[in-house]
Design a protein. Structure first.
Length: 112
């Protein structure tokens, strides 16, 4: 069981965006735009040591762990987290206790 979410740890304002597919290009690939769904205060930590090894068992590229209060929208894998100029691709989002109190997300940084 994870420790309770401490409001003092929610220091990073994160904008969550969903990819909305508008059409397909001539090669059949989806073409879409990123639409902002919500902005939340989150705890954002780089994974290290045992945490990164545990996360890699499920997601080989997980580098960051985000925790926040349960959001008003359902965050999924086709989403990204934007923090200033940094963009994180959400690999997984889960409610660890099943009580809809908080959400934990694993992500990797996108480099464009």
């Amino acid at each position: 069981m994870m420790p309770a979410l401490n409001p003092g740890d929610l220091r990073q304002q994160v904008t969550f965006q969903e990819l909305v597919v508008a059409s397909q290009d001539t090669y059949g690939q989806d073409v879409g735009t990123w639409t902002t769904r919500c902005t939340l205060w989150c705890e954002v930590r780089a994974l290290v040591g045992r945490e990164i090894e545990a996360a890699r068992q499920r997601h080989a590229e997980a580098k960051f762990k985000l925790r926040t209060h349960y959001p008003p929208v359902t965050i999924g894998r086709a989403w990204r987290a934007v923090m200033g100029t940094r963009v994180l691709d959400i690999l997984d989002a889960e409610d660890p206790s099943g009580c809809r109190r908080e959400i934990v997300m694993y992500a990797r940084e996108l480099v464009e």
